[in-house]
Design a protein around this ligand. Sequence first.
Ligand code: CAA
Length: 260
Amino acid sequence: MEWNTILLEKEGNIALLTINRPKALNALNPEVLTELGQAVDAISADDEIFVVILKGAGEKAFVAGADITAMKDMTALEGRNFGQLGQEVFKKLEYMPKPIIAAINGFALGGGCELAMACDIRVASEKSKFGQPEVGLGITPGFAGTQRLPRLVGKGRAKELIYTADIIGAADAHRIGLVNHVVPEDQLLEFCKNMAKRIASKGQIAVRLCKSAIDQGLEMDVDKGIAYEAEVFGLCFATTDQTEGMTAFVEKRKPNFTGK
Ligand code: CAA
């Protein structure tokens, strides 16, 4: 499928998903959000794709936020609908079965930081910048930043970032747990591809069940989360991948997973 603002490329079992609007620093307008949702649906339905890397086109930005020009004259109803569109697309991306790594190559502000937070894993280049600048525009974060940021970095740090609209660098983002790794700019994509390949070499049913157990489990109380883990753990024993993974261990060879 072809989109105006989204690129989807495949390298083996890894998908490279690019927000492709570099002239506006990949700002998210309704078209980008709609196309991003369609691309996520296409990825979910594609059995060849095991792991996704999400990046921004150009040298400067991952995503510099929701599109301010598009939002400027919105009514309250339009603003709510726009917020809900972003929230729904990000939820679709967060809950798609396949792991998604954000490769953050520059500004990840507002909706861009919120998009990165909807990914499973965040890797940042040394020059990347993070923040929720919305209050400086007279609005709140609208694509679930008030919900995902405190869950990721804790309530106090999230409140400071959101109330002050401060922009922080990659080292601080790493220190507070907003990103998993910081790497030199010229190594960012290679680093993410290596991680994606390591994930893609494992049993994919197990990887997907791990994602579900973590994401669903965090929405439950701990006893329900633990019970859910027992269910998914049990499910693994109905798969060929479990037989293959354990037989390969016993036979001292590499497993040949088939995703069945
Ligand atoms: N929306 C629309 N256009 C944007 C944009 C955005 N969020 N961010 C950048 N652009 C556009 C600029 O208007 C500019 O366009 P023109 O060339 O047509 O003038 C182009 O991208 C390049 O940007 P700059 O010239 O500003 O580049 P810079 O290097 O001087 O500054 C920047 C970079 C600091 C990221 C600056 O562009 C900026 O502050 N952008 C806005 C960041 C922001 O406030 N994001 C939050 C948006 S609100 C939000 O996201 C709400 C939500 O939670 C849903």
